[in-house]
Design a protein. Structure first.
Lengths: 338, 338
């Protein structure tokens, strides 16, 4: 099959890779309906994360089940399924508490920018749609695999909800979908922090009530200005840098909640400042599996259209261009046609 | 009046100080029924915190109202009252959300190791008992002013409750009272981390079900051993050092809660480790005011006896010996008779 391999920062190639096979009896193999590039793929692309060897890329997937292992009970060939970047058994104590991305048997799923994908722990990991969806819904379901589920976790961790003022730091796909999630969760006011016109537009479409273009300390001051000097109740950090985390913490009122879902890069938190800030801090790799049934329902009845974050679509063979467009911020998120 | 003044690390003196007076019309002046030394008073005593000038010490207080300012409405002379280390209006948006220690009008209360104390924002800060209590209850009420309220906040921030396994890092008065709080909040299992026999004994009396004597990584390993390899649901950090915070974070399962109430000293948190730990982190200076009505009731009907943390009692004039005994860990907490 064909699949994306990153050889070095900036060097993304589409190559012949081995077709995935059932390895464990709990595996499934799915034929991808579409694939995509994640903001976190840009960390190694930009050389921020090390890349010790050529690496098959991609961890977002949705598609048709081709084959299942002998012990798979609930997932069947022919179903359209969605999974997340960590396979999980969905039965352990941690999964049952809603933290499937920390499942005691979790396994990373990697290499999904390809035609096929092996998924371990298929029964625990994959969620099938009621029927094979119309083609126009595929980008929405694919978004649920990571960026929507991650934005949803950020909004949940930040306790976005009725009566709350929510601020979102980061205008990538995750930040924009955190806006959508906050709206669905009933937040009263949603402030998107963005200085990019197309992203501001999408944020407003997803339910933002205010746009703040300032960053850093000026951004914090602006959020305070909009919240009676107190800060937002709920702040979602969707970048993962020291600056964005400082902006998120500074924008939160005492007793408020920060939900952080940007993969932390060189972030160090000062214990004393955190202590006196009185914020609640929660985040990490999103337990997307927890939210999939709910998200599938919202997408299926066309209540939400998270696939709008895909503002560039290229064939899998042109994945390099898809990466480049995101790196240069010409695209929010690239869908790869397989 | 007589009051404790710290002149330098290790140099605590009892001196003649000016009698406090009503300064603002919202003030009250109270005659202390007893005073005490806090674990946090040991930071400057040991030279960890700087001490730029001779400083009146003490921030825990309970006593009889002597006088109130012209604008005080609910607090009356003759009442027995308890307050906290931050005066608060108890009406602002932050107070109403339960974070009185971050009140927009908060003022620190200092100098309470003395015969009298001025308390600003008396109506918002002070809570009166239904009647002047029997003398034997005074230490219990005095404990509510800080260490009990702080332990209670730690347990609440860690979401201690039914079905939960709770671990407590720190066997000072706050850690021990966090054990008591976790018991009152209905926790199923409470693991006290202590290697000091008298403190272990008090922890068991307050409701601990297990004692762990190991510290650091060995302590973490022991907590995991006791929790099916997962870590505790709720961990209370009641020390404030890098080591104790690492021990608390390491002892918490993914999706679990750390409530940290030890005043942070040189604590730095690695963002990436925190991200992948999946814990909830919440803490800060405890909003004791929020809990006072409930704590007063539990003390008044003799459900709890938090005053047991006072295992040394000396006259105010011998405050220096009270500090020394705590510094040398001969005493858990010193009560000063005034």
């Amino acid at each position: 099959m064909r699949g994306v391999v990153m050889h070095a920062p900036g060097d993304v190639r589409v190559e012949q890779r081995d077709d995935p096979k059932i390895v464990e009896p709990t595996d499934a193999v799915i034929r991808m309906s579409a694939s995509c590039v994640c903001g976190s793929d840009l960390w190694p692309y930009r050389g921020t994360d090390g890349l010790p060897a050529p690496t098959p890329m991609g961890h977002e997937y949705a598609g048709i089940v081709e084959e299942v292992g002998a012990d798979v009970r609930t997932i069947r060939p022919g179903q359209f399924v969605i999974g997340s970047f960590f396979a999980s058994d969905n039965t352990c104590e941690i999964c049952r508490a809603g933290y499937q991305s920390a499942c005691v048997h979790r396994q990373p799923v990697r290499g999904a920018q390809a035609q096929y994908q092996r998924v371990p722990l298929a029964d625990g990991t994959l969620v099938a749609t009621p029927e094979v969806p119309d083609a126009d819904l595929v980008p929405d379901y694919l978004a649920a695999s990571d960026v929507l589920g991650t934005g949803w976790f950020g909004a949940t961790a930040a306790q976005a909800g009725p009566g709350k003022t929510v601020a979102v730091v980061g205008d990538g796909a995750v930040g924009l979908l955190a806006v959508l999630a906050a709206r669905q969760l009933g937040a009263e006011r949603i402030i998107a922090m963005s200085r990019h016109e197309p992203r501001q537009k999408l944020a407003l479409e997803f339910g933002a009530t205010d746009i703040v273009t300032e960053r850093g300390e000026e951004g914090v001051a602006r959020i305070k200005e909009l919240t009676n000097g107190l800060g937002a109740h709920s702040v979602i950090e969707a970048v993962g840098t020291q600056q964005s985390m400082a902006q998120a913490l500074g924008s939160t009122r005492p007793g408020g909640h920060v939900g952080y879902v940007g993969v932390s890069h060189d972030v160090a938190l000062d214990g004393r400042a955190l202590f006196y800030s009185h914020v609640h801090l929660h985040g990490g790799p999103a337990p997307v599996r927890q939210y999939l049934p709910q998200l599938i329902k919202l997408i299926g009845d066309r209540t939400i259209e998270p696939g709008k974050v895909f503002d560039l679509e290229v064939p899998l063979e042109q994945a390099a261009e898809g990466y480049k467009a995101m790196d240069e911020r010409r695209a929010i998120k690239t869908l790869l046609r397989v």
